[in-house]
Design a binder for this molecule. Structure first.
Ligand code: DAK
Length: 259
């Protein structure tokens, strides 16, 4: 797996992925998408992986969008193919079995904002700036941004931001519900790891199913309530649920095995 455009660092049971194209403010090119895809495909449902943090290299940008120099060479057919490929990768992130946190350390524009929104939780440094500038380029978001922005901040404000291309700062993003936490610059990754540590003590199968149930709410083809009772029943039969109850009775920490 290439470690050039994506630095992959393992820390305990977590991976920290750093998009590493600082000369282009970490803009997403074909190669970044390819290694992200390889990574999330390789570890999908590997319950030894308890969480992922995605951040950008340097202190200026998380990701300043799709690589404008690269996508300006595309035509309608290859553009639609790339958009679909990007959407599929972001779905893999959104459907990952363990929490994926965007540690947003600067600009998160266009595809960068879309990547952050595909993650389950967002931690922003006070220098973070969010925006969807596509219409300025004569485009619409291509990686799910028009849908996930509405999911996170509602129709009215999402429409305004998509049409005006105004950027919002970290505190505004917090107020809007676009980010979960605002921290001092430089603390985005450590704060994200603290959140992961809290979640990693919980039942891994239950964490997975919670993530998928939240996703189901936004999936027009899914019945989230039905999924919930099905998942509830399935988990009740798991060794982890038995261990969880036993540990409570024995007043000790549960030892979950993802079985
Ligand atoms: N792509 C390529 N290079 C980029 C870039 C980007 N998105 N953003 C910045 N850079 C490069 C700049 O060209 C510059 O390179 P040099 O000129 O030094 O070689 C370097 O990074 C530093 O940038 P600036 O000099 O501009 O830095 P400033 O501090 O002055 O400004 C900025 C920072 C973030 C405000 C500015 O760089 C900026 O406005 N960047 C572009 C933001 C943007 O519009 N991003 C694209 C959003 S649209 C598609 C699917 C999806 C999409 C498109 C197509 N298909 C499937 C076809 C999604 C598109 C988007 O993401």
């Amino acid at each position: 797996m290439s470690d050039n455009v994506l630095n992959i660092k393992k820390e305990e049971n977590y991976y920290i992925l750093t998009i590493n194209r600082p000369h282009a403010l970490n803009a997403l090119n074909h190669e970044v998408f390819t290694v992200l895809d390889q990574f999330f495909t390789q570890y999908y449902r590997d319950y030894s992986v308890k969480g992922i943090v995605i951040t950008g290299s340097g202190d200026k940008a998380f990701v300043a969008g799709a690589d404008i120099k690269e996508f300006s060479t595309l035509d309608a057919v290859s553009g639609a193919q790339l958009s679909k490929k990007g959407q599929d990768i972001f779905f893999k992130i959104e459907r990952f079995h363990a929490p994926v946190i965007a540690a947003v350390n600067g600009f998160a524009l266009g595809g960068g904002c879309e990547l952050a929104m595909a993650c389950h939780i967002r931690v922003a440094g006070t220098n973070a700036r969010f925006g969807q500038p596509e219409v300025k380029l004569g485009l619409v978001p291509g990686y799910g941004g028009s849908q996930r922005l509405i999911q996170l901040i509602g129709k009215g404000k999402a429409t305004e931001l998509l049409l005006t291309t105004d950027m919002v700062n970290a505190h505004e993003a917090l107020e809007l519900g676009l980010v979960n936490y605002v921290v001092e610059p430089g603390n985005e990754v450590s704060n994200s790891l603290e959140i992961l540590a809290k979640i990693s003590e919980k039942g891994p199968l239950a964490v997975d199913k919670c993530i998928q149930l939240v996703n189901a709410y936004f999936d027009k083809g899914a019945d989230g309530f039905k999924n919930e009772y099905t998942d509830f029943g399935e988990l009740l039969g798991s060794q982890d649920a038995k261990e969880g109850a036993l540990a409570f009775v024995e007043k000790r920490k549960p030892v979950f095995t993802a079985k």
